[in-house]
Design a protein. Structure first.
Lengths: 326, 141
């Protein structure tokens, strides 16, 4: 048995930027987080709100991990501390996960100004698990200037990232013309910055032009509106990453100047609160499943009660007994 | 082995290849087996340095750091890893080794503080069981 350091003690070290303390608290929030852990998180939350949170998303194989690695180098060169939360999917069967982003980010460690944490989706709806957002808070409170969230590959999931990040970067790879069409309505719309990765490839220009044409169509006239840039990058040629960082910085500036930052912060707060509320309800539901829930489910299967009616009954009952420990 | 209780701490493992050793078929099989047993497995890829691996393992806050070595460099690499963990006050991390290691060296590695050596003929289930046991013995952290 080992000596367990109290979470409040760890929280103090987090404020000093102690990487090991940040790492341990992330582990604790990820594995549920009892009242003792929540208390420390609540305390640390007061010290958050300084980091610029960037979501990086895109189709699988678009080069998100590679891009994150290069981007971290640029941020370091500009003197900023960078935290990375890299999310990989959990197996729907075993709940386990292979977190492989480290393979491409190997050369980033051994720099105290960089912190990388791999996390699994653990089957959460939306692909962005609540602990991932807690991890962002911990890095924020730990003095990291920028926090990059690298999401799992594309899907409906990805829309979640917009509701949790200040700036969303969508990574597109060349040669995926059909895919671009397919996801047009979803992921392409959420970008604050578009990247075309692997820009050294001959078909990259076509993708860049397609994206620009698509963005032209959605252009609204007027002053002070953010024009979504398309930034070509190539890790092969080490090009475009400085420009990408500049584009993200410009977007951050735009948010401040236009006052949009207030809406984004409001949106992020809403996402966070709803996510936790959902989780508490789901946990309570699971906990109560032996008693009254069973009774209700029986009525639903026998068509005596409809699912909506049962849910309302359940929530009303839950109000009295809600289990807050999280 | 469904792991639906999200409040149960998922065992986190880092699997690492250090130095000039390109044999990664075994470690990938182990990674897959551990994932299928419901663990989160961080794989480092090939040719890492002990420093890189230890720093990454600390940030990932893994329960177990598993190092696969088929290069014969185990008597150099394990002491280095243990020393780095000690320097960085991360001695509570469980260190496991796998691969091709002579019996005499195995004995010595245990004396050095390596928690478990699982040689190349270990069945996956035995690796899973011993990892779970070691984490249970260590207790909550």
């Amino acid at each position: 048995m080992i000596n367990r350091i109290p979470s409040m003690k760890l929280a103090e070290r987090v404020r000093e930027g102690h990487l090991r303390a940040i790492a341990r608290l992330i582990t604790r929030v990820e594995s549920g987080g009892d009242a003792e852990v929540r208390e420390a998180l609540a305390e640390l939350y007061k010290a958050t709100g300084n980091a610029h949170v960037v979501g990086i998303t895109g189709v699988p194989g678009a080069g998100k991990s590679t891009l994150v690695t290069q981007l971290v180098h640029e941020y370091r060169a500009s003197g900023r501390k960078v935290g990375v939360v890299a999310i990989d999917p959990s197996s729907p069967y075993s709940g386990g996960a292979i977190l492989g982003d480290r393979i491409r980010m190997g050369d980033l460690v051994s720099d105290p100004g960089v912190f990388i944490r791999s996390m699994a989706t653990r089957g959460t709806l939306g692909g962005l698990a609540r602990p991932a957002l807690d991890a962002v808070d911990l890095l924020d409170a730990g003095g990291f200037d920028v926090v990059l969230i690298e999401t799992v590959g594309v899907g409906q999931d990805e829309v979640d990232i917009v509701r949790a990040a200040h700036t969303t970067v969508v990574v597109n790879a060349p040669g995926l013309g059909d895919d671009i069409q397919a996801i047009k309505a979803g992921v392409l719309e959420i970008a604050d910055v578009h990247v075309v990765s692997k820009a050294d490839r001959p078909d990259a220009n076509k993708t860049i032009q397609e994206l620009k044409a698509m963005l032209m169509m959605s252009l609204e006239p007027g002053e002070g509106i953010w024009r979504v840039p398309v930034v070509p990058t190539s890790s092969e040629k080490h090009s475009g990453f400085k420009e990408l960082m500049a584009a993200i910085d410009r977007h951050a500036e735009h948010l401040e100047k236009s006052g949009e930052i207030t809406q984004r912060r409001h949106q992020i707060a809403l996402t966070r609160v709803v996510k936790v509320a959902e989780e508490i309800v789901r946990d309570n539901f699971a906990r109560d499943s032996r008693s009254q829930t069973e009774e209700l489910l029986k009525k639903v299967t026998q068509r005596e009660l409809d699912p909506h009616g049962a849910a309302v009954t359940l929530l009303k009952a839950m109000k009295e007994t809600i289990h807050e420990a999280h | 082995m469904q792991n639906n209780d999200k409040n149960a701490a998922v065992i986190r493992v880092m699997l690492a290849k250090i130095g000039l050793d390109g044999h990664d078929r075994g470690i990938k099989v182990v990674a897959r087996a551990l994932r299928d047993a419901g663990m989160d497995v961080v794989y480092t890829g090939l040719h890492r340095t002990p420093e890189e691996v230890v720093d990454a393992a600390i940030q990932e806050d893994v329960d177990i750091l598993g190092i696969s070595l088929l290069s014969g460099a185990h008597m150099h690499i394990f002491p280095k890893v243990l020393e780095l963990l000690k320097d960085k006050e991360a001695e509570d991390m469980i260190v496991a080794g796998g691969g091709v290691i002579p019996d005499d060296d195995v004995k010595e590695l245990y004396q050095m503080g390596v928690h478990k050596i699982l040689l190349q003929d270990t069945p996956p289930q035995e690796i899973i069981d011993s990892f779970r046991q070691m984490v249970a013995d260590r207790g909550a952290r």
